[in-house]
Every structure is written in C-alpha cells, then in structure tokens.
Design a protein around this ligand. Structure first.
Ligand code: PGA
Length: 240
C-alpha cells in the first residue's frame, strides 16, 4: 500500500484521474470500476475533460460499484442516477460499456452475473472507491469478509443515516448490493480516495490499525498495489 496526500481536492482529483487515464491509455479494453458518491465527482470532471481532449474510452467497460436495494433506479439518489449525472451523461458510451446491478432482477443472480462478467474479462484493472465514515468500502460494511465477491449487504446504521445526503427526502435504506472486498484486493489498481476534514478520523484509524474485518478499509494493508489518495484535510490526523 502506498499513501499519497495532495494540497487540495482539486489536485487530488486530478491525480486520481491521471492514474485512471494512464491505465486506459495502456489498456484500451480495461475494466474500470467506479464509485458513485460525493468523493469522486472531481475525478469524473477531470476524466470528462481528458476524454474531450482525446482520451479514448470507446472500448472500456465501466462497472458501477454498488446500488441501494428497494430504491427506484430513477431516483436521483440511486448510485446509477448519480453516476449518470456526474459522469456517464457527459461521455459517449455504448450501452454495453456500462455494467451495473439491476435492482429489479433477482439479486443473487445479479451478484453471480457481475462476478462472472468481471472474472471472464480478466478481472478489474482499476477500482476507485471512497470511504464511509464507518470505514466501509462500497456497501461492504464492518464485519464483511475480506474474501467476499459481490453480495447483498445489510446496511450499517451509520450508512442508513449518512446515505440520506444523496436523497431529496427522508428515505428508508436497509439493504444494498455491492462488489466485494476481494474484488478490491484483486484489482490491478485499487484506489481509496478521501477528501475533507470529515474523513480525517476514519483515515487515520484505517492507516493506524492492523487489517481487521471490523474496519473494511483496513484491507489496504494487505494489498501491495493499493493506493490511498487523500487531500491534506483528510490526511491531517495521519502520523507522517
Ligand atoms: P461519499 O461516500 O463519497 O459521498 O463521501 C463515501 C462512502 O460512503 O462510501
């Protein structure tokens, strides 16, 4: 694992986008997993800019990290609606280039479908994730096995509450469907991105703890190729 800290959110976003763009340049058929949420919005802006300037994503497969269950995918707070608004709507992609969990299909079959698709095509080349205030990655909540692939998740209380920020009105969040921590560990370039003072506590906890399934983000200690990319605010409680 390597930890990198940057001056501010803008610089952090540019550096994360550079990492992803560099994989895309080297491997035009790459499988790129991206998270929704507030953290990666700056990265998407940079990538949209790069694509306008000639970065070729015409053969890339983008895989959406997770989704709320029992929420209409057209709700503006769904993961796919956010990814559409922040990224996919701005980039010309064929339908088959975007892989997401279909929440209207059988969830167990969906996990198998997405697991198979990822492994059949050689695994994830990039997996960009944010971090929850409870240390979750995607919807891999505290207690999730490090060996999990895609699965259904019973959302932690913290996630049910913090998830409200994406919705226009109070919304009952109970379960989700998510790629697993093993996808993260096996990906060729796993990136944890965090910005802002709000994430300082959890990032120092993650970086100062031994790997434990009680704090999913601590899996980074087991992954030699993992990058933890922070802005100065999120890095302020880390011992340098
Ligand atoms: P955020 O969410 O990017 O909106 O902060 C991160 C997370 O909870 O995984």
């Amino acid at each position: 694992m390597q930890v990198q800290a940057f001056k501010d959110y803008q610089e952090l976003s540019r550096k994360v986008a550079d990492q992803i763009a560099s994989v895309i340049r080297k491997k035009p058929f790459a499988q790129v997993c991206i998270a929704s949420g507030h953290t990666p919005i700056g990265v998407f802006k940079c990538l949209i800019e790069d694509i306008k300037n000639g970065l070729d994503v015409s053969k890339i497969t983008f895989i959406s990290l997770d989704e709320w269950l029992n929420i209409d995918p057209t709700d503006p707070g769904s993961c796919i609606s956010m990814l559409n608004k922040d990224f996919f709507d701005h980039v010309k992609l064929r339908k088959e280039q975007v892989v997401m969990f279909d929440v209207n299909a059988n969830s167990v079959a969906e996990c198998a479908r997405v697991n198979d698709l990822i492994s059949t095509n050689g695994g994830l080349d990039v997996m960009l994730v944010g971090i929850g205030l409870n240390g979750h990655i995607g919807m891999n909540e505290p207690g999730t096995s490090f060996r999990s692939y895609a699965h259904l998740s019973n959302l932690a209380e913290a996630t049910r509450t913090s998830g409200q920020k994406y919705f226009q009105k109070p919304t009952v969040l109970t379960t989700g469907i998510t790629l697993g921590l093993r996808h993260f560990a096996e990906s060729r370039l796993p990136i944890v991105m965090a910005n802002g003072a709000k994430k300082a506590g959890i990032m120092s906890k993650i970086l100062n703890s031994k790997p434990t399934e009680d704090i999913p983000g601590t899996i980074v200690h087991n992954i030699p190729q993992a990058l933890v990319m922070l802005d100065e605010e999120a890095a302020q409680e880390i011992d340098h």
